[in-house]
Design a protein around this ligand. Structure first.
Ligand SMILES: Nc1ncnc2c1ncn2[C@@H]1O[C@H](COP(=O)(O)OP(=O)(O)OP(=O)(O)O)[C@@H](O)[C@H]1O
Ligand SMILES: [Mg+2]
Length: 277
């Protein structure tokens, strides 16, 4: 892959499907294994930023400021020789339990870029350009917002891989058709390098026959995209965020936490494989 590592968009236009949770757990697990990870919050809701305990309205600098600077750089009237504010300047080094990684905060002002990038030549590629100036990471994980907005397209254009967490409901699975065709379009029009890491079913309840049936429906897509073994439904993830319980303690007290982690390990193994290439 490139100097700045394997870039991965966590995306699904449906809301509440576990994107932010997945981005956080993967970032955590990979950095705990010693990989250099950069997590980028590209959602104006700033859930990832909030999950790390930052107030999006208070962070001094965010991805929004970087976008603003790169847009200015392309405004020839301003005659900038290079962008004067990069990811290097806004990233925060965080300690999340027993792991350390870098992350780029978001804030609600980022939403304005969905319009602004639409009016700009090459507005689909701004994040690609921003990340092109980043070096020294094994993995870059991008958390995205629940629509197929210009920002989400930017994440796909900038990425090598897409991972879509999905809930096992009838409508969620139906929504994957739109996501898959969007990914195919982005690949054809902007980023030949983009491919699926896979679909990750989350909040799996093995006792529900409807959920099991939906898992079978999802498996039909396996011909096109890898379907990972499901992440069980677990309160462990909420406790992780609210109580900041370490994973080790969680695993000790909650059986479901162990199952959640081993499901995420399947994804981590595939990412490690890509990093080593
Ligand atoms: N495996 C799981 N078991 C139980 N709850 C889960 C699981 N994964 C995620 N959740 C919960 O589901 C809710 C939505 O998750 P999350 O915020 O990660 O989704 P999202 O796709 O990022 O949402 P949005 O579309 O708003 O960005 C959260 O309360 C989260 O704790
Ligand atoms: Mg989210």
């Amino acid at each position: 892959m490139t100097d700045s590592g394997v870039k991965m968009a966590i995306a699904n236009q449906k809301g509440g499907t576990g994107k932010t949770t997945t981005a956080l757990i993967l970032t955590y697990l990979l950095s705990r294994k010693g990989y250099d990870v950069l997590a980028v919050d590209l959602d104006p809701q700033a859930s990832f930023t909030l999950a790390l305990g930052y107030d999006p309205d208070e962070v001094e600098r965010s991805i929004t400021d970087v976008f603003s600077e790169y847009v200015a750089f392309y405004d020839k009237r301003l005659k900038r020789e290079k962008p004067e504010l990069t990811i290097e300047d806004v990233k925060e080094s965080v300690k999340f339990m027993d792991a350390e990684f870098d992350f780029v905060p978001s804030n609600p002002r980022l939403e304005a870029y969905n319009l602004q990038l639409g009016a700009m030549v090459g507005g689909e590629r701004l994040l690609y350009r921003v990340l092109d100036d980043v070096e020294g990471y094994d993995v870059v994980i991008i958390d995205t917002q629940p629509t197929l907005s210009k920002l989400v397209i930017n994440a796909l254009v900038a990425s090598d891989k897409i991972l879509a967490p999905v809930e096992l409901s009838y409508l969620s699975i139906g929504g994957l058709t739109l996501l898959m065709s969007t990914v195919a379009d982005v690949k054809e029009l902007y980023n030949r390098n983009l491919s699926w890491l896979g679909i990750l079913p989350v909040k799996f309840e093995k006792r529900s026959s409807i959920v099991r049936k939906n898992m079978e429906r999802l498996k039909v897509l396996e011909e096109h995209v890898k379907i990972y073994p499901p992440v069980p439904k677990s309160v462990a993830l909420e406790r992780l965020l609210i109580e900041r319980i370490s994973i080790k303690d969680l695993v000790r007290t909650l059986k479901s936490a162990k199952e959640v982690l081993s499901a995420y390990e399947n994804v981590v193994r595939d990412i490690e494989e890509l990093v080593r290439r």
